[in-house]
Design a protein around this ligand. Structure first.
Ligand SMILES: Nc1ncnc2c1ncn2[C@@H]1O[C@H](COP(=O)(O)OP(=O)(O)OP(=O)(O)O)[C@@H](O)[C@H]1O
Ligand SMILES: [Mg+2]
Length: 483
């Protein structure tokens, strides 16, 4: 079992500990696991329906193994790209990594919601920081004990990577199947793949499925998030270093991610965040298939398949000169563009069922068939814009299961308040451009009528456009399998 799952398995005990912490200090606690899925929330974090749509801060805390203090939520640079900023009621947040066996398993946020609580903490920051440090230590020690007990009982190695295969990917919408079909076709070949898609659309999951469908499946899948590692460390993380290569370097030297991934696959997440001088080096490595560790002048041969991912518009970054065009073409041999959830409404119900099954036993000891989800809940979720995509959906389901009544009724009241906030929905819709609306309408029509000629004719008719216009627009929005 993967280590981070220990948070979920021990959820109720952790909830108890966090409740006590909140009761004593008045500070709300919110814990997410390595996958940024919410495990526990207390105090106003819970009432306030604290959910991480993107989990940007937590992601950074986890990958950099560092704490982040946000003294001025909304205006802090860390909050810049948060989609929930406008509705944020926090007055202060301290976010800390949670580790087990020296590996990151999640992040814990300590949050205040009033000016008074904020002042109280800032005036005694050192004391509160010590309290928080000790509290995290308490959780980590508790998990460590559980882990040892389990390992003894089962007599099995405690850490193993879960392998994602194409069977694990839920989704039947045409726009999604297009991508999956293409991914399955290219998976066995060693060709470079570039996955694009908004945050939470399943880029990493897809990359892992591709690796596990290739001949490299018995070797490592090594993921590195270029956006979450400080710029001056990316190079040594990727390529490793030899003894004494730079000040602060470990005495023994260290092997880099590329070498770790030898004979396997390296997943370069958020590739656009890679500094330009390293892009040059990366391109050389990909072309020559060898690397030089920092501080060394011996070349090490490599046999690595590269899958890159981005949620940004790389093409405009090339135009601005901040991403190298030649590297882009080297990585973008097979582009896979994952659609956002709002373009695959048909998948919402299957995904809901999947997540309900996944989380039900831990949350309520009930079977999925006992849940009575009101029809208007489905309707609402199908109409919602899902800025945080599948990750948000999963968090919403966890929230829903926590908030349903004793009879298992899931009503609109069981949903996080922010979703029901008219303003929020209005904001999300307001972000949709005319082009997006048009693209969505075409996708929906194609989903409904099907991809064959007859389907396209019917789709064009229902959209009130001619068949040639439909083809032209499909091409424009990259909706054809052969583009
Ligand atoms: N097709 C799918 N079926 C089931 N679960 C999925 C699917 N796609 C994504 N998920 C779940 O959604 C969450 C987000 O997926 P993932 O981390 O792969 O997204 P991402 O695009 O890499 O996100 P980010 O841009 O934030 O890094 C994960 O918990 C994952 O398990
Ligand atoms: Mg990712």
């Amino acid at each position: 079992m993967e280590l981070y799952r220990y948070l979920f398995i021990n959820k109720s005990k952790i909830q108890e500990l966090c409740d006590t912490f909140t009761m004593i200090t008045g500070i709300g606690v919110a814990l997410v696991d390595l996958k940024l899925i919410r495990i526990v929330a207390t105090g106003r974090c819970n009432v306030n329906q604290f959910l991480n749509i993107n989990g940007l801060i937590q992601k950074k805390v986890i990958t950099q193994n560092t704490k982040i203090v946000i003294q001025n939520p909304k205006v802090d640079p860390e909050c810049k790209s948060c989609v929930q900023k406008a509705f944020c009621k926090e007055t202060l947040e301290v976010c800390m990594p949670v580790n087990l066996l020296e590996q990151p398993i999640g992040a814990m946020s300590f949050i205040t919601f009033t000016k008074k609580d904020r002042t109280k903490i800032l005036q005694n920051l050192e004391m509160y920081q010590e309290l928080i440090d000790n509290f995290i230590l308490l959780i980590e020690n508790f998990l460590k004990k559980r882990l040892d007990r389990n390992a003894l009982r089962k007599n099995e190695p405690v850490y193993r990577h879960k392998k994602i295969t194409f069977e694990n990917l839920i989704g039947n919408a045409q726009s999604y199947l297009h991508v999956i079909q293409k991914a399955k076709m290219v998976a066995p070949n060693d060709v470079s793949v570039m996955i694009s898609g908004e945050s939470g659309t399943g880029k990493e999951m897809l990359a892992n499925a591709i690796h596990n469908a290739s001949n490299r499946r018995d070797n490592s899948f090594v993921a590195i998030n270029c956006g979450a590692i400080p710029e001056n460390l990316i190079e040594s993380e990727l390529f490793g270093y030899v003894k004494g290569a730079f000040t602060g370097a470990n005495n023994q030297g260290r092997i880099g991610k590329f070498e770790m991934a030898n004979k396997g696959t390296i997943f370069l997440d958020e590739i656009t965040e890679m500094p330009i001088y390293l892009q040059t080096k990366l391109l050389r490595v990909l072309q020559e298939q060898n690397i030089e560790r920092l501080g060394s002048n011996t070349l090490v041969d490599l046999d690595v398949r590269v899958i890159a991912a981005t949620n940004k518009d790389i093409k405009s970054m090339i135009n601005e000169g901040i991403f190298r065009a030649d590297l882009f073409y080297r990585l973008n041999v097979i582009p896979l563009d994952l659609p956002p959830l709002r373009e695959r409404y048909d998948d919402i119900v299957p995904l809901m069922n999947y997540f309900m099954t996944k989380h039900s036993s831990f949350i309520s000891n009930r079977m999925v068939q006992d849940f009575k989800v009101k029809k208007n809940v489905f309707e609402f979720l199908k109409g919602y814009t899902w800025p945080g995509n599948i990750r948000e959906l999963e968090n919403v389901i966890i929230h829903m299961l926590n908030m349903m009544d004793d009879e298992g009724n899931v009503t609109l009241e069981s949903l996080p308040v922010y979703m029901l906030d008219e303003n929020m929905n209005f904001q999300c819709f307001a972000f949709s451009t005319i082009e997006n609306l048009e693209k969505n309408a075409i996708i929906k029509a194609m989903d409904f009528y099907g991809e064959d000629t007859e389907g396209k004719n019917a789709a064009a008719e229902s959209l009130g456009i001619g068949l040639t216009t439909l083809y032209r627009k499909m091409k424009k929005y990259n909706l054809c399998l052969d583009t």
